[in-house]
Design a binder for this molecule. Sequence first.
Ligand SMILES: Cc1cc2nc3c(=O)[nH]c(=O)nc-3n(C[C@H](O)[C@H](O)[C@H](O)COP(=O)(O)OP(=O)(O)OC[C@H]3O[C@@H](n4cnc5c(N)ncnc54)[C@H](O)[C@@H]3O)c2cc1C
Length: 376
Amino acid sequence: MPSVQSVLVVGAGAAGTAAAILLAEAGVSVDLIDVKPDVGAVGSGITLQGNALRVFRQLGVWPEVEAAGYSFDSLGLRAPDPAGTLVAEIPDARTGGPDLPATVGMYRPELARILVTRAADVGAKVRFGTSCTGFAQDDDGVTASFEDGTSARYDLVIGADGVHSATRQQLGIELETRSTGMGIWRVFAPRPASVTRTDLVYGGRCYIAGYCPTGEDTLYAYLVETAQDRSGLSPQESLDVMRDLAASYHGPWDDIRESLVDPERVNYTWFETHVLEAPWNRGRIVLIGDAVHACPPTLAQGAAQALEDAAVLSELLLSHEHVTDQLWEELIERRYDRARSVVEASNQLGQWLLDGEQGDVPALMGRMAQMLSQPA
Ligand SMILES: Cc1cc2nc3c(=O)[nH]c(=O)nc-3n(C[C@H](O)[C@H](O)[C@H](O)COP(=O)(O)OP(=O)(O)OC[C@H]3O[C@@H](n4cnc5c(N)ncnc54)[C@H](O)[C@@H]3O)c2cc1C
């Protein structure tokens, strides 16, 4: 008998849906709630590395992810010159194993739809547009109160509600989330035929100008600048800023820039980071994903780490007979150092750019690829 029979998962992002799928599939009664009104909220693209794909296979969604996304095995580096010269083509490590591509680009709302549909198919009860107002727990379980005035009792609560986790705050856990000093413009746009993998340009008017194919017809493109207050800009002004910054990049960027016409597709956000010291649980409430470790997407590992948390936590909950301190210690043993290393490496890559320093990027990437090739 597994250690839990009923679980509430707060947050239907990568971490929450993955935990819900694995637990519900094993016969645990799972309620999965999200404060968003529905699954198909607006979004841009996401880059998923092999170690994320390995978890998708475990969740039973890899065939759908593969069909909906765009797979590739190398990274291009281009110069910020008038030709957008390709200066290097680097084979990407297949961190999920030799039978999975190194990388898949995807449209975020499509990935969310696949994960939430799978969670519901394996028996999780999914509710959008709701959140918890508080918890009361004892040695045997947790009573969660919901916004609509109802409450329910669970063996365990998983707080997977993202970087500004309300669950974390309700537990009274103090954690400083800081800006790394960079802001990113992102846009979802048509894919020119010349874009068949991620290409990055370091330098020019931005720290990084990049794009990633997300399907046969689509890509997302991004420009990373010094973090600044862009909140006063209208959608049209945001589009104008992005087009202006993009004007200094060429090669495939020339086609991408011409396709930037829909102001509603442009998004701006800052990079944020934190790592919560162990433990990640308070009694029978445990936090996973961005709620405990957040990093800038310089390694494109945030979602992958969130998925790995969910896979390891579910494995432990299903293989242990009781929720004990030993279970929580095993979670930290398998997850803390790995997630912290990813956050530190992601921050380091950004800091080198901010400082204009030539860090040893290949060595750092090599170290990370080696670590992430080992299952979590
Ligand atoms: C600009 C940017 C680009 C990124 N690009 C990549 C990338 O290419 N590849 C990659 O691997 N990672 C990327 N990341 C990181 C990645 O998005 C996160 O690491 C990942 O989404 C974390 O998953 P999560 O499930 O922990 O949290 P989230 O995806 O944030 O999900 C949390 C969920 O909780 C819900 N929620 C919030 N509050 C409540 C509440 N009170 N009650 C109920 N529900 C609530 C939210 O609606 C949300 O659905 C990027 C991050 C940023 C900022």
